[in-house]
Design a protein around this ligand. Structure first.
Ligand SMILES: Cc1ncc(COP(=O)(O)O)c(C=O)c1O
Length: 449
């Protein structure tokens, strides 16, 4: 067990004055500080709160602690690296583990997605990928290809690029003009056609044809890339309809458009394969990743490109810098050490095969809630799940928040996107824990107004 500092020591130091300074992201700060959720320890499937409660983590932190909390091998790797070398720049210099980690990633990616650029978060990975897409076309003599196409309900982090291609109106509303030359496809969430689908909905492949239709307005020679999450995560867990991704791929190929999969959530095992592209059987040109990449123990993001994209950047003289882009902490030694150890842990645990096995029980247990009070849709793929509740009249989102809170009181951490409960547990979850999560939700649904 990790040492958990005594709860009283931690809470006592948090006077209102001390709590005032920290501005939490995506949080109602003033309300939160009146009744804060504070955690002090984590091990395996569980968090410990500062008041000593054990909480079953139904979210893998924030879709990221895929191998479970406190993995010793990862902790030891970070410690050892911190002792050996804390930091070195990645601008025209590096360190061996960065190469080893990039190579190890390339070994688990599908197809020829085999060149890895390091960033520090999913947001940075997405902005990097979008810049790469434009720069790729420019390098190949098509500088007019600048349009970026995202999708409604998409979430691509909080950078200006990611926000511009994202499709969640509340996230975009307050920040003034975003990137020009961005268009959006419609989402694939049509409950009247595909509610209660197990895994990928059978209906909806044709929705991809909207990309072709857009070309009546935007000439294909002006389009750089399409970016989507192969499975929408934060927007409410939406697996792609059968055949949808294939069609997008086909249209992109026909018109020389790059296809980017944002695998920040689906990367590193979430669907039972190293990357979602493998399970879904469609290869993008560029993949963004983060989260599970280091088991969330050190922040890191990455962009993985295929041979075609790499070749596009490397046609010039050897002495040219291929991409005028990078971060102080790109390829940070601690993150690379954590990442390399993470992949070892995945192998040691045979985590992807284990996830595939758990996913069957996950699906059955989730869908057993069909017919329960308030439930209007249930979605799942790999170890992702969503239970969509009917919004309470005049109070959208309230029912979802209340169920979330009731589950927390019962010792289960979940999330809600409005009235959709979303689930993404560590991939080491056991059958009894799957049952407990859905039983707790079922009980909350019986009580919630
Ligand atoms: C699909 C996707 N892309 C990008 C991001 C942004 O990642 P980060 O919060 O690490 O910047 C997220 C975060 O949830 C995500 O789910």
């Amino acid at each position: 067990m990790n040492e958990v500092p005594p709860a009283t020591a931690l809470s006592n130091s948090l006077t209102p004055e001390v709590m005032e300074s920290y501005w939490l992201p995506f949080t109602a700060n003033r309300k939160f500080k009146r009744d804060p959720r504070l955690f002090s320890g984590a091990e395996g499937m569980y968090y410990t709160t500062t008041d000593g409660r054990r909480i079953l983590d139904g979210m893998a932190g924030l879709w990221c602690v895929n191998a479970g909390h406190g993995q010793r091998k990862i902790i030891e790797a970070i410690k050892a690296q911190a002792e050996q070398m804390d930091y070195v720049s990645s601008f025209s210099m590096s360190h061996p583990i960065a190469f080893e980690f990039a190579h190890a990633i390339a070994q688990v990616t599908p197809g020829d997605l085999n060149h890895v650029f390091f960033a520090n978060s999913g947001s940075e990975a997405v902005d990097t990928a979008l810049k790469m897409a434009r720069a790729y076309h420019r390098a190949r003599g098509e500088p007019g290809r600048t349009r970026l196409i995202g999708r409604a309900k998409g979430y691509h982090g909080m950078g200006w690029g990611g926000l511009s291609v994202a499709g969640m109106s509340r996230h975009r509303r307050d920040f003034g003009p975003l990137l020009p030359e961005v268009s959006h496809l419609n989402h694939t969430h049509f409950p009247d056609k595909n509610a209660f689908s197990r895994g990928r909905p059978a209906w909806g492949a044709h929705l991809a044809d909207e990309l072709q239709q857009m070309m009546a307005i935007h000439d294909p020679s002006t389009i750089a890339a399409v970016i989507i999450e192969p499975v929408v995560g934060s927007g409410g867990v939406l697996p792609p309809p059968v055949g949808y991704l294939e069609r997008l791929r086909e249209i992109c190929d026909r018109h020389g458009i790059l296809l980017i999969f944002d695998e920040v959530i689906t990367g590193f095992g979430r669907l039972g394969t190293a990357f979602g592209a493998e399970l879904l059987g469609v290869l993008p040109d560029i993949v963004t990743c983060a989260k599970g990449m280091t088991n969330a123990a050190v922040p890191m993001g990455g962009v993985i490109v295929n041979q075609k994209v790499w070749d596009g950047f490397t046609a010039g003289p050897e002495g040219t810098i291929e991409l005028f882009h990078g971060y102080t902490y790109s390829g940070h030694p601690l993150a690379c050490a954590a990442g390399l150890a993470t992949l070892e842990v995945h192998r040691d645990l045979d985590l992807y095969a284990r996830t595939r096995r758990a996913a069957q029980r996950w699906e059955d247990t989730a869908h057993a809630l069909k017919g329960d009070r308030h439930v209007i849709d249930i979605r799942n793929i790999g170890l992702l799940g969503a239970i969509e509740l009917e919004p309470r009249a005049g109070e959208p989102g309230e029912r979802g928040s209340e169920v979330n809170e009731m589950c927390f009181q019962e010792g289960i951490l979940i999330r809600n996107t409005g009235d959709t409960l979303v689930l993404s547990p560590p991939l080491i979850i056991e059958d009894a824990e799957i049952d407990r999560i859905f039983d707790t939700i079922r009980n909350a649904l019986k009580k919630v107004a």
